[in-house]
Write a protein that binds this ligand. Structure first.
Ligand code: CA
Length: 233
């Protein structure tokens, strides 16, 4: 990371929790953590000074976390802004519907601060520019799909496709390994960046959504039952 500290915005009305998160993540000169206590203030703050990552509680006064996420994803300037959601909801149905909102990751309360810190690092690592230039000039051109991974520009038959950060990373991983089978565990490790053994279903959910967003090009993502996924030429 160069020069500027990484800025994280914590959107949480429970001051004890927000304070603990700040205490855990803040590193003087490297990571700056700001706290706001409501959804409307969060939207104003993000518009005025866009952070590098948002930790967003679902349960907020005035404007809910779900609505904040929806609004951020709907704006071009923040469509790709990394968002980690805090949620007290634990049912599978809530998680899956939460994933549809386009958050990059989830932490279910009560959570360990170490777990949250690991997820923050994983999300920030994915957004950090490749230091060794490994992805430079990475443009894939297929029959339908044109994906410029440096410029975060994905088109199918000339039409721009809007992906969440996670879907984008997933597509990049699949394309970079084209014609090779990637297991769910491998995708979790490569795209999610940490061990989350019980959440392999997240991979299926994201692949399904990515595939439908890619339309005609979605067929290039093959499911190999019991093995994983493969992007084919
Ligand atoms: Ca709350």
């Amino acid at each position: 990371m160069s020069g500027q500290p990484t800025r994280i915005l914590v959107v949480e009305d429970e001051q004890d929790i927000a304070g603990l998160i700040k205490h855990t993540l803040e590193r003087p000169g490297e990571v700056q953590v700001d706290i706001v206590g409501s959804g409307d203030v969060a939207l104003r703050t993000i518009t005025d000074t866009p952070p590098d990552l948002v930790i967003l509680d679902l349960n907020l006064p005035v404007v809910s976390g779900i609505e904040v996420c929806r609004i951020l994803r709907g704006r071009p300037a923040t469509a790709q802004l990394p968002i980690i959601m805090l949620t007290a909801r634990t049912s599978e149905a809530d998680r899956v519907s939460g994933l549809d909102l386009g958050a990059d990751d989830y932490v279910t309360k009560p959570f360990s601060l170490r777990e949250l810190a690991a997820r923050v690092r994983a999300v920030l690592r994915r957004r950090a520019p490749a230091a060794d230039g490994e992805d430079k000039g990475a443009v894939y051109r297929g029959a339908h799909l044109v994906a410029d991974f440096d410029w975060v520009s994905i088109q199918v038959d000339g039409e721009p496709i809007r992906l969440t950060r996670r879907e984008f990373d997933l597509l990049r991983c699949l394309v970079e390994n084209k014609n090779r089978v990637l297991s769910r565990d491998r995708l979790l490790e490569r795209v999610w960046g940490y061990d989350r053994s019980i959440e392999t279903r997240s991979v299926d959910v994201h692949v399904g959504r990515l595939r439908s967003k890619l339309g005609a090009a979605g067929q290039q993502i093959e499911t190999l039952v019991g093995l994983g996924y493969r992007f084919v030429e």
